[in-house]
Write a protein that binds this ligand. Structure first.
Ligand code: KG4
Length: 337
């Protein structure tokens, strides 16, 4: 087996991890959240610049913690997409430079495959398996019949669920990123506001979040215009019931339809306490196993990229040094690069 160094820089976390024979030796994450917080969202240009500033320090720290030098590394892996184009470029240029200098293979990894495989730090996969991929940029139901075999059976037709959480938090005056503040506020509230359950129309496993986002914004604005006080906990609870309810209902239906043995949660929104609780409850006595990732796995990190890379290394799936990023790379096209 090999020592693999993996780099992740697709959004607002610069991360480097090293695995040896599947064992995680180091996992360094430099988050930029405090910088983007004041803008209420990730500023792509600032994010790219910060990646460029942070990448060398993260590389050094990862090597120090793993007690290795760059000469010891057998392959360099990197997130090639999806993500913010400038951000992805920083990670890719770093990985390509190292692969070229040390004459070692370059391994291109799909960011969402990473989020899914983060769950392998918790337990072994059993197929068929349903992956609920819910993050700031993606909302997808992915069916896996085997390792690295991904079929997108449903996806959002407009906004991602995490993006919707962040926009709703903003109108309620909660900090960015809005997922956790809404999750916490919802625990104190009641479902008193009537919000529509958007119908994506395109398929039973598809999602739509822009209508729900607009409904919350319009309701909050019209209540405020009438001089009525908006209860943040009640609005958070009403919104979360609908937003998460849609994921739970569609996932459970898909799980039975495809006779899955296991369900895994992946992506930033998989940290949501109501989603975790509801999935657990709905699957009780079903015989379907639920893997819930530890919280450190739900945010962007390079340990998850290294997990996929180790598998690709075994199969000798390497990229040429002419590799480019793909901000819109689809998970079912991960072999195309
Ligand atoms: O996976 P991630 O870092 O984003 C992408 O790579 O796209 O996820 C970030 C998203 C943010 O939208 C954040 O608000 C959301 O995950 N999030 C949550 C929770 N914690 C983070 N959403 C709902 N409930 C949470 N507890």
């Amino acid at each position: 087996m090999a020592k693999i160094l993996a780099i992740e820089s697709s959004c607002d976390e610069t991360a480097v991890a090293i695995v040896d024979d599947g064992k995680l030796l180091s996992n360094i994450v430099a988050t930029q959240i405090s910088v983007h917080e004041k803008f209420g969202g990730v500023m792509p240009e600032i994010a790219s610049r910060l990646h460029a500033e942070n990448i060398t320090v993260c590389l050094e720290e990862a090597l120090t913690e793993a007690k290795l030098t760059l000469e010891d590394i057998d392959a360099f892996a990197v997130t090639r997409g999806p993500g913010l184009i400038g951000c992805l470029h920083v990670g890719l240029q770093a990985a390509k430079t190292l692969a070229m200098l040390y004459e070692k293979p370059l391994i291109p990894v799909h960011h969402l495959a990473g989020h899914i495989y983060a769950n392998e730090y918790v337990g072994d996969f059993k197929f068929p398996m349903l992956c609920i991929v819910v993050s700031g940029g993606n909302t997808e139901l992915v069916l896996m019949r085997d390792h690295m075999d991904f079929e997108i059976i449903g996806e959002t037709k407009d906004d991602a669920i995490g993006e919707c959480y962040d926009k709703v938090a903003r109108v309620l005056g909660l900090p960015y990123p809005g997922g956790l503040p809404i999750d916490l506020a919802a625990k104190q509230g009641q479902h008193v506001y009537d919000l529509p359950v958007p119908d994506a129309g395109a398929g039973p496993c598809d999602f739509s979040y822009s209508g729900l986002k607009t409904a919350v914004i319009n309701l909050v604005n019209s209540l405020r215009m009438k001089g009525e006080e908006v209860s943040v906990p009640d609005m958070a609870r009403s919104f979360q019931d609908v937003a998460v309810g849609m994921v739970v209902d569609k996932s459970i239906r898909a799980a039975y339809e495809h006779h899955v043995k296991q369900i895994v949660l992946a992506g930033g929104v998989s940290a949501n306490s109501y989603l975790r609780e509801q999935m657990g409850k709905k699957l009780e006595g079903s015989g379907i196993e639920l893997i819930i990732p530890p919280l450190w796995c739900t945010t962007d990190n390079a340990a998850m990229i290294a997990k996929v890379a180790a598998r690709l290394y075994e199969q000798k799936i390497f990229a040429p040094l002419s590799l480019g990023v793909d901000p819109n790379w689809k998970i079912d096209h991960w072999k195309e690069f």
